[in-house]
Design a protein around this ligand. Structure first.
Ligand code: PLP
Length: 513
């Protein structure tokens, strides 16, 4: 990132203050330099303060190179001497070092506070930012608890075992691609994705999921949530009604509400969405969003009878079905049931899946398989949005799948996670004999039902203070008397961390009751 930063953008972001007065003609190009509260400050002082803020706030990290005084002066439209002078002061203060012949750098000993490391509890989301947001934006923000960037601490859910990822293979494939210096990879890709990746995904789906589709039906996106967002905006009118499962992954509700849709949360039980009851509703929805292979966080699997009933019940309506085949790769007690996409006779199902759990979350690659009739409209709309997803990562992933590394990795992870799942079950029986572990038939997490007397949100808060990231199940439901329990992600944890974590959780629960 060192030289990749554009200073003007960097500093512009730092500027939350308003311009106090009009700039003189000679200073016009200073627009991107932060303007101080105090309009009387001299330009040199503003340059100095801007650099200082960037260093102290960690936007420039220790050891990072600073562009030359000449280029800074050019982009800000100030005299080179002014920038030299300001940098001279930072040098005298020991914050930067200037090495003849190699450039100017932030001193390595500077203690900074990287912006992303700041934890901002929800209570400090800020009334001002909520007031400035749209109603939909404020709703989505309010529902979310941005405690920090998710980390694979016990028992944070949704994490693959990142330490077991075949880094060496990935590195080799990536550097092989860069070595080839293929100029085509530097240009634009088709909006639906890098064609060999579309082929690799279509082949993988046929082989692993028995799902037949043409490669051009596959559109590669940055996440499942981006896929759902795109589907909602391409296919649905604002204000129409969509069904989601309750409980469900809260981001799904947020994405659909942000698209201006009315979200109805439908009841589920141990066999997933209660389709019979849903179909009794007066009006068919414009779209149903479902996770038949592994509902989150309940781990419910939609029965075959309900899959067929859902498809038949909606066949004569204009409803679309989004099948989020979340964590179908980790189905433990039985083989995965046929996908809705494969059972659908009328071509109204869109199949979504992500590589966040099978590969690693920062990869930010997912895909949707659309009915053939929708290929063109999705392509045309996407061209005008983000165009396409990160090209280079698509290329490396295509090689990873085509060369057989993806299926090998999945096989290894299934063995590893199934062992860890066994350890979790064993530890729960030993340490928490009076509680029931559920939601364990599929996925990378389990649920722990709590007795009525223990409110899950309170237990989760206590556990948090003991270093355990357990989320309350009540967070995932819209119902007042929804589930009361904890969500325990286990796949990313070694056996000893699982045992130790469960022993600690048992102590938290003992204290709570
Ligand atoms: C049902 C469901 N879909 C999708 C995701 C995440 O997918 P992505 O990272 O691609 O948005 C999750 C994460 O927990 C999930 O629960």
């Amino acid at each position: 990132m060192a030289d990749g930063y554009r200073y003007d953008g960097l500093f512009a972001r730092a500027n939350s203050e308003r311009v106090n007065g009009p700039l003189t003609v000679g200073q016009r190009s200073l627009r991107t330099l932060p303007i101080s509260d105090d309009a009387r400050l001299r330009v040199r002082e503003r340059v100095y303060r801007a650099c200082l803020a960037a260093i102290v706030e960690g936007r420039l990290s220790p050891g990072q190179r600073i562009p030359s005084a000449r280029s800074l002066a050019e982009s800000w439209g100030v005299a080179r001497n002014t920038v030299d002078d300001a940098l001279g002061q930072l040098q005298a203060e020991g914050l930067i070092v200037r090495r003849v012949g190699s450039g100017t750098f932030v001193a390595t000993h500077v203690v900074t506070r990287p912006r992303h490391a700041r934890v901002r509890p929800v209570s400090r989301l800020g009334k001002r930012s909520l007031r400035d947001a749209s109603t939909r934006g404020a709703m989505a923000a309010r529902d979310f608890s941005p405690r920090s960037v998710p980390r694979a601490t016990p028992f944070a859910a949704g994490f693959a075992a990142l330490d077991a990822f075949p880094h060496g293979v990935w590195r080799k494939l990536a550097s092989r691609r860069w070595r080839k210096s293929d100029r085509q990879l530097l240009g634009y890709l088709p909006a639906s994705g890098y064609p060999p990746l579309q082929v690799a995904i279509a082949n993988h789906l046929a082989f692993a999921r028995g799902l037949r589709c043409l490669p051009e039906q596959v559109m590669v996106l940055g996440s499942s949530m981006q896929a759902i967002d795109l589907i909602a905006r391409v296919l649905l009118e604002r204000g129409t009604s969509v069904w989601v499962e309750d409980p469900c992954y809260p981001n799904v509700r947020a994405v659909l509400a942000m698209a201006g849709l009315r979200v109805a949360a439908l009841e589920t039980d141990a066999s997933g969405l209660i389709v019979e009851r849903a179909l009794l509703r007066r009006r068919a929805p414009a779209l149903v969003c479902t996770t038949p292979s592994c509902a989150y966080p309940s781990g419910a699997v939609l029965s075959l009878a309900r899959r067929i009933a859902l498809l038949q019940g909606l066949a004569d309506t204009r409803a679309w079905i989004v099948e989020d085949d979340h964590q179908v790769e980790f189905t433990w007690d039985a083989r995965p049931l046929p996908a809705l996409f494969a059972l659908d006779q009328v071509g109204r199902t869109l199949y979504v899946n992500t590589f966040s759990h099978t590969m690693f979350p920062s990869l930010r690659l997912a895909y949707v398989v659309v009915p053939t009739t929708l290929i063109d409209v999705f392509h045309a709309v996407r061209r005008q949005l983000d165009d396409h997803t990160h090209g280079f990562m698509q290329v490396v992933l295509a090689d990873f799948i085509a060369d057989g590394h993806f299926s090998a990795h999945l096989r290894r992870m299934r063995t590893l996670y199934s062992e860890r799942r066994g350890v979790l079950m064993e530890a729960a029986v030993k340490e928490l004999p009076s509680l029931t572990l559920g939601g364990i038939a599929c996925g990378l997490s389990a649920t722990l039902a709590l007795p009525r007397g223990n409110r899950d949100a309170e237990v989760a808060e206590r556990a948090w203070r003991s270093g355990l990231s357990v989320l309350p199940l009540s967070r995932y439901t819209q119902r007042a008397r929804g589930s009361n329990g904890l969500l325990l992600g286990y796949a990313a944890l070694t056996e000893s961390r699982i045992r130790d974590g469960i022993a600690r959780l048992a102590k938290v629960l003992a204290r709570a009751s």
